[in-house]
Design a protein around this ligand. Structure first.
Ligand code: NAD
Ligand code: GLY
Length: 359
């Protein structure tokens, strides 16, 4: 087992990474009181709830099964978590356990931030995306009908328990979506890891246990460092959004129904790299290798055919990361070196988008 630490002073916490960690007592170790509520969905509970409950024997432990899907990441669902806690008489020393992907993790984290003004919670992420991204760093939220992740809080967990064995049941597209976020860390700040990914992407796609553990560990090391330096995204944490501004435009234009978030981020990272090269920042020679890596990870490289350059500019101007009216992007100076910038002209962006959009 590997153990990392997210260094946030009194709110520091460990990330445990290994094969078959569920049922080994790591979750139990971080429960200080006598009560716990395990929250999951049916798909995940069918596979993994018994192992988690086994290690919580002896506690006053309840479970809550939420409906599966991003469309249920709402205030209404959040309220069912509060109702379960109140109906079962959970007090301020209870601990919430989020057993699931980013949807369950984000909701349970926000419930923990709010219930009785804040109770402990433990992340047990079960998708690759949640293991390398959403379970670490304390961003918690639900969606509003007017915007994704619009109601939330920064609230750190007490521990993150990452069992790579759970990835054996993950659908292949979900694995690829998680790999987009893994590749992101290499691109923004870790050239050595990027090179390792180029050499090991086939093993990762085959779910080789050791390769997955290494990729998750390197991703979490990178994320933990970024979060420790900028917990509330006043500066460099925004680098984690490489490919996301293009990706959000794709998700919005296609009504969140065409691609998974990670797939849109895959195409978005390719676009960010190509635009960086068009500006003369990133060496153009790097583009074919990046395309090969993303393709080997099962990710799309180009935006959906129905999207025009105008669609992108309109949607990107509405992105919540636009502060001044000028579109801000995370772009690449080199593989392993990203910047958050507004330092490009709208004409240059339009020319790039026109060169790749089919519509
Ligand atoms: P998800 O939670 O919807 O999980 C994807 C699907 O996989 C679901 O159907 C789920 O039931 C299923 N599943 C999960 N684990 C499984 C397993 N081990 N075996 C079989 N099936 C399994 O999606 P996700 O990609 O994990 O998370 C997306 C969410 O994460 C979005 O809401 C996004 O906003 C959020 N997010 C948050 C952060 C953050 O920093 N907090 C970062 C990135 C994404
Ligand atoms: N997923 C981006 C962040 O945690 O900041």
């Amino acid at each position: 087992m590997r153990t990392l630490q997210v260094e946030l002073g009194q709110r520091s916490y460990p990330i445990y990474i290994g094969e078959s960690l569920l049922g080994e007592g790591l979750i139990r170790r971080h429960i200080k009181g006598k009560q716990a509520l395990v929250v999951s969905n049916q798909v995940i509970a069918d596979h993994y709830l018994p192992q988690v409950l086994e290690e919580l024997e002896g506690l006053e432990c309840h479970t809550l099964i939420l409906p599966d899907g991003e469309q249920y990441k709402t205030l209404d669902t959040l309220n069912t978590i509060f109702s379960a806690l109140l109906e079962h008489g959970h007090n301020r020393s209870t601990t919430l356990v989020a057993l699931g992907g980013g949807v369950v993790g984000d909701m349970v984290g926000f419930a923990a931030a709010c219930y009785q003004r804040g109770v402990d919670f433990i992340q047990v992420p079960t998708t690759l995306l949640a293991q390398v991204d959403s379970s670490v760093g304390g961003k918690t939220a639900v969606n509003h009908s007017l915007g994704k992740n619009m109601i939330g809080a920064f609230y750190q967990p007490n521990a993150v328990v990452i069992d790579t064995q759970v990835l054996t049941t993950l659908p292949q597209r979900e694995l690829s979506a998680g790999l987009a976020e893994v590749i992101k860390y290499g691109l923004i700040r870790d050239q050595e890891f990027y090179q390792w990914l180029e050499q090991n992407i086939a093993l990762l796609m085959q779910r080789d246990a050791q390769a997955l553990i290494h990729a998750i560990e390197q991703s979490c090391i990178n994320k933990a460092q970024v979060v420790a330096e900028d917990e509330t995204e006043q500066g460099n944490r925004a680098l984690l959004n490489l490919g996301h501004t293009f990706g959000h435009a794709i998700e919005t234009a296609t009504n969140y129904s065409l691609w998974l978030h990670g797939e849109a981020v895959g195409a978005g990272m390719m676009m960010a790299a190509e635009f960086s090269a068009a500006l003369g920042w990133l060496d153009k020679e790097q583009l074919p290798a990046l395309a090969a890596l993303l393709e080997a990870a099962g990710l799309p490289l180009t935006p959906p055919a129905e999207m025009s350059a105008e669609d992108f500019v309109t949607l990107m101007s509405r992105d919540k990361k636009v502060l001044t009216g000028q579109i801000r992007l995370v772009l690449l100076k080199a593989i392993g070196e990203a910047v958050v910038t507004e330092n490009f002209s709208n004409e240059a962006l339009m020319a790039y988008l026109n060169s790749i959009c089919e519509a």
